[in-house]
Ligand binder design. Structure first.
Ligand code: SAJ
Length: 417
């Protein structure tokens, strides 16, 4: 196996294509958006991910990676296209089907197809297998199909693509074996063989596990506030228990994975998944909880100005998808307060952001929503000199509350009673 065609050049497809190319494969990355292909072919990238620009540049220059808008014949095809949630809360599989259709004319006997897109349980068995069989292929004989979910953390994608263990779910033992042999060329972690449907559930459960735990943290943080207890201090102590790992509360759950994936499980059986649904509701309620606290902190001020620090869904990434910060902004805008927005990872062309200093000038409240490194190290004395009222609401426990209090600030932290 030497030539791989990767369909979808987004947050997963492009790093995967890059890593394959840097491990000796001849790779053609396909994206229906011609602009994306053009950017990559001139040695640039269209997404922000540490180390990716240099790595992609190197393989494009060496000729191992080329981007195109149409698939080409290859030994293996990796489908890494988006599977968003539609307006009914169901997985929208149209990009996966489109990708499968696009590669059909290029398939040859012996080809391997790997689905990496997050998909509802049964996708390989009930959607893709019948699709390829109708096209005349016999799975496990002249065409091989496996579900191999990605589980990399945005911000650490290149490292985790290589080091993480990987689940390989073949439609049949032959497909699993072929898929293993491809991933074994670049994955240093373990390769765990299982069935395709099990692998589909594994992927969704990993993110649902995290979502439910974050919901528990958010609920407990609000409980701690009523008890006069500091959640962070409590969790620090509890997490010394060898089998306890309390998560961090925050303004909500963002990103394109954790806020979405539980629904792909829930859609298959709403009646057996009330806890997953309640976790989603709890996490979705957090932007309003945070916005209301911010409004309460500025209620006594005439025409208050709030400086929003952080729009991305988590620290040190540029990704705004499903970001709870945007929901907080929306709620505050509806309430009529004046907002100044700052995010060092977001350009003013994308969103109306300002530099941090301009954002703080004459503001009444710092509302920290994303714990970017630049915010954590900002000196409170400097903020104190430019703000109109000295108030800070830290929703991530990212700041040194002692230092900010010493600088004269009224400090509120989510989860601290
Ligand atoms: N968050 C909290 N409290 C926490 C942890 C996270 O509020 O204790 C929030 C974050 O601020 C963010 C959201 O949850 O808004 C999600 O962030 P994350 O870092 O937990 O996860 P993602 O979405 O960046 O990446 C997840 C990862 N899944 C797990 O850790 C189980 C990653 O490994 C997956 O590959 C990725 O989803 C994916 O693509 O599915």
């Amino acid at each position: 196996m030497n030539k791989v065609c990767v369909l979808g050049l987004g947050y997963i497809g492009l790093p995967t294509a890059t890593v394959l190319a840097s491990h000796g494969f001849e790779v053609v990355g396909v994206d229906s958006n011609g602009r994306v292909a053009e950017i990559i072919n001139r040695g640039e990238i269209h997404i922000e991910e540490p180390g990716l620009l240099e790595a992609a540049q190197a393989v494009v220059q060496s000729g191992k990676l080329r981007a195109a808008t149409e698939p080409v014949p290859a030994d293996a095809f990796i489908i890494a296209v988006p599977t968003p949630m539609d307006s009914n809360g169901q997985a929208d599989m149209s990009c996966v089907l489109q990708a499968a259709k696009a590669l059909l004319p290029h398939l040859r006997p012996g080809n391997l197809i790997l689905l990496e897109s997050t998909s509802p349980p049964g996708t390989s068995r009930d959607l893709l297998k019948p699709f390829f069989e109708e096209a005349g292929f016999t799975l496990g004989k002249d065409l091989y199909l496996a579900y191999c979910p990605e589980r990399v953390l945005p911000g650490k994608i290149l490292k985790e693509l290589i080091e993480n263990d990987r689940v390989i779910g073949g439609m049949d033992p032959e497909s699993t074996e072929k898929a293993r042999s491809l991933y074994a060329r670049f994955v240093q972690g373990q390769l765990l063989s299982t069935t395709a449907t099990t692998a589909e559930v594994v992927k969704l459960m990993e993110n649902t596990y995290r979502d439910v735990n974050i919901a528990l943290a958010n609920e407990t943080a609000l409980l701690c506030e009523t008890l006069g207890v500091d959640y962070w201090e409590m969790a620090r102590c509890a997490n010394h228990h060898p089998r306890v790992h309390l998560h961090s509360p925050g303004p909500g759950v963002g990103g394109h994975c954790i806020a979405v994936d539980p629904w792909f499980l829930i859609q298959t059986s709403p009646e057996t998944t009330p806890m997953m649904q309640e976790a989603r509701r709890r996490n979705d309620s957090m932007p309003r909880v945070v916005a209301e606290k911010a409004l309460a902190m500025t209620a006594a001020i005439d025409k208050p100005r709030i400086a929003i620090l952080g729009l991305a869904y988590k620290a040190d990434v540029d990704d705004l998808r499903e970001s709870p910060a945007l929901k907080v902004v929306e709620i505050l805008e509806q309430s009529g307060v004046e907002l100044r927005l700052c995010d060092p990872f977001v350009s003013p062309e994308r969103y109306p952001v300002q530099p941090l200093e301009a954002c703080l000038q004459d503001s009444d409240l710092i509302l920290l929503l994303t714990d970017h490194r630049a915010f954590k190290s900002f000196p409170p004395a400097e903020a104190a000199r430019s703000m109109r009222s000295l108030k800070v609401f830290d929703t991530r426990n990212a700041l040194s509350h002692e230092e900010w209090t010493e600088a004269g600030f009224e400090v509120c932290c989510l989860g601290v009673g």
